[in-house]
Design a protein around this ligand. Sequence first.
Ligand code: ADP
Length: 402
Amino acid sequence: MKILVLNAGSSSIKFQLFSMVDSSVMASGLVEQIGENESNARIKYNDNQGSECKKEIKGSIPNHEAALKIMSTLLIESGVIKDLNELDGIGHRVVQGGASFSEPVLVDEWVVTEIERLIPLAPLHNPGHLAGIKVSLEQSPQVPQVVVFDTAFHSSLPKHAYLYAIPYKLYEDLKIRRYGFHGTSHHYIVKEAAKYLKKDVNSLNAITLHLGNGASMSAVKNGKSVDTSMGLTPLEGLIMGTRSGDIDPAVLFYLARKEGYTIEDLDRLVNKESGLKGICGSNDMREIGKMAQEGNAQAQLALDMFNYRIKKYIGAYSAVLGKVDCIIFTGGIGENDSAVRFNSCSNLENFGIKIDASINNQRSSGIVKISTEESPVKVLVIPTNEELEIALQTKEVIERAK
Ligand code: ADP
């Protein structure tokens, strides 16, 4: 069984082709700068001998239709597939599924209309996803297509956790509430942790941390998300590369009244100019770590703030869960930055959390337990694989529909 996973953004499309026999990646690639004069498409694929090969196309790629044509040309010319109709399924990543979708679904007309209706809740993401879905439906009408939502894993949040304490009518009329994001990643690492710890996922309590450019945490009770740090949009919660995370909304009123900031100014401020970048000028954690080591006080401050915010959420989610089996780190920072892991979990012995510094400092791939043997809460590093999770969910939906 061959499943193609598409992650279409407004100006790029990432793709990965899986052989579901062994979940191996047959090809992966990226079409970038769609709609610009000079665009770029790259593919990596495995040839029949198992070595990795690369191909590249440069030129102008005016729209998603052209981008997907180039992707299929690359897949066919490299011999990975003969025809797109040979695929058993296509899985599309969609960031915002709102309250309409609590699980992945087969694409039909209603699903497309619903994703369109949800654009105001994800103006940066859903239009690109939709363009990818529509073109893909035209180009491969015989192939079953599935949408997998970043929000779906958090559809189990109880009402008291997802509501904001603003007039209830705003929830009823405009569906303003916490949705949460990175769900595919949180879900994947919880299932991997259950396998690793040899526990039934339905009785696993975990605090999950997806720390990348965007960062979010979830409290997972009996395998289900019961709280998460991102909200109506991916802005709330942890300090991120360029996003502020939690902030008193009155700061924004103050800036508008006192300094004349417009809505666009404020949007840019909290989404693009804040977070780590706002404090120390960089949003790249590797660079910030280096700057701090060289004595840059602002970089050290940014790190301290980043770790402190995580620690506060660990405390909050420990209280939400009562009993925590494990804490799981993933994402570019979570998987690679041992100092962030150590410092955000320091002095939490009373919570049953104790990191083994020497294991934590070792570089390794795959799943690693970085807590000490005595630590009642296991702390794990688990590389995320959102594309594989989308492929697995796509396969499941297609098989169920047969
Ligand atoms: P995205 O959210 O865009 O998918 P990633 O999950 O790739 O982001 O994470 C990007 C972040 O991970 C950046 O801040 C980057 O500096 C950080 N990162 C990547 N590798 C390392 C590393 N070896 N050590 C520390 N941070 C790292």
